[in-house]
Design a protein around this ligand. Structure first.
Ligand code: ADE
Length: 321
């Protein structure tokens, strides 16, 4: 019991290399990047994180109830939200891929809430990025390229590039034997240069949106992204991630629409079980639709592997990329 207080939040001595002193961090209270029932992400600046005295904009993620109970002075009390954040920390320490969010460090000392420090992705979530891009007229951009254009128009090629990047992240996670369980456009971040980064590894949601997480006895579950076997038997594998990736492809093709419009979460399982699948979105190629349909095969073994998805999307992009 008393030993625990020297290792707050189950942080081991080898985790110390990730420690960022709180005094190096300036949290920009005016800029919440995402907020939901589970956690909160704030923009922040870290001084001397590189050791060369520079500043770096980062994202600081905390459990929502941080201020109330996630402090050392209440001993070992760890809320479910903090448990998610801690598991995200431990997981991110061991991953490194250009299309996976990068861990920069953490503030773990008990003088304040546990903070996860992540690389900052200037365009925010892919879902919001896609939805914002609907409002941009391509002509507007050509005529006045200097007008404050936070979200540039998204081309069909960009969408394929996003699909390719996310399938690469999926292949990497599969190789690492990690199952994400919540692959969705809301959990992919867009960094500068239109680089996609899969994020949200602790089942911690930044943004709670309407019927996205359907409440069950097990908490909130992203019903409309879940594979049949996850819905029926709570089975999660890389093949159930592939199913979710298929829904993500549909989100790309619709520029961030909500899947299964008009279908209540309660009805979805029966519908899928009887063979119903979403129809081809307007402006979606037969090839891309064929790919999502393969991801939604009932038998997990018949779904493509992420490595195959990478290849197929590469072919669609054409050689020379
Ligand atoms: N929202 C959630 N995480 C973020 C990050 N790392 N960068 C920008 N916006 C975010």
């Amino acid at each position: 019991h008393s030993n625990m207080s020297f290792l707050p939040f189950g942080i081991s001595a080898t985790d110390r290399k990730w420690e960022i002193p709180r005094k190096w961090l300036i949290i920009d209270e005016k800029t919440p990047l995402g907020e939901g029932e589970f956690g909160q992400v704030m923009r922040a600046t870290v001084t001397s994180v590189t050791g060369i005295g520079g500043h770096r904009v980062v994202a600081a993620k905390m459990a929502k109830t941080a201020v109330m109970i996630n402090r050392g002075d209440v001993g070992e009390m760890i809320s479910p939200e903090l448990a998610d954040l801690l598991s995200e920390f431990h997981l991110l320490k061991d991953v490194s891929h250009p299309n996976v969010i990068k861990l920069l460090g953490a503030c773990t000392d008990v003088s304040g809430p546990f903070l996860l420090i992540l690389e900052y992705c200037e365009h925010g979530s892919l879902r919001n990025y896609l939805r914002r891009s609907r409002l941009v007229l391509p002509e507007q951009q050509q005529q006045n390229p200097s007008s404050v254009m936070v979200t540039p128009a998204v081309t069909p090629r960009d969408l394929l590039s996003f699909a390719w990047q996310i399938s690469q992240a999926g292949a990497y996670l599969c190789e690492m034997k990690l199952v994400h369980r919540d692959l969705a456009a809301r959990n992919v971040l867009v960094a500068s240069g239109k680089v996609c980064k899969v994020s949200d590894f602790g089942l911690t949601r930044d943004v709670y949106e309407g019927d996205t997480y359907f409440k069950t006895s097990k908490g909130r579950v992203p019903i409309k992204w879940m594979a049949l076997e996850s819905l029926s038997d709570h089975v999660y594998t890389s093949k159930s991630d592939v199913w979710s990736f298929g829904v993500l492809l549909w989100e790309l093709a619709t520029l961030g629409a909500n899947p299964y419009p008009g279908v209540t979460p309660e009805r979805l399982y029966r519908l899928l079980k009887t063979g119903y699948r979403m129809e081809k979105p307007d402006n979606c190629s037969e090839e891309l639709y064929d790919l999502m349909m393969k991801c939604w095969r009932e038998d997990p073994q018949e779904r493509p592997q992420f490595a195959e998805l990478v290849k197929t999307v590469e072919d669609m992009l054409g050689v020379g990329m």
